[in-house]
Design a binder for this molecule. Sequence first.
Ligand SMILES: [Zn+2]
Ligand SMILES: [Zn+2]
Length: 150
Amino acid sequence: MSGHSEHMLQDAIEKLKESGVRITPQRHAVLEFLIEAEIHPTADDIYKALEGKFPNMSVATVYNNLRVFRELGLVRELTYGDSSSRFDWNTTKHYHIICESCGKIVDFHYPSLDEVESLAEQVTGFDVSHHRMEVYGVCQECKHEKHQII
Ligand SMILES: [Zn+2]
Ligand SMILES: [Zn+2]
């Protein structure tokens, strides 16, 4: 684990302790995986990555942990209209680019489009809370694979 990740892990553990959440070895492992993974994993991804280490763990346990983290504001849940929510450790504002071939989600930083929110508010009379923008395409690995097949 890099120093930065280690620091984020310690911060998260502090926050959990302050909220009275018990740090079980499984919970610790899920946290660690979330911080290290840059793919915005699904609960299933996390389960598959950790089941070897924790044979007693179930997908439901992973979900429960993720729910606790989400309620404390440690992770953001990205829903896609199906059962496969993805979990984002980085709760600061950023945008996502999604690979249409493998489903990978990568962060990219662009100044927040606040003017879109204020315009939407003016035009519709809604109280705008946030917005979500996603860019789609084919990632470098998938592009590379395609070339190899051809
Ligand atoms: Zn891809
Ligand atoms: Zn993200």
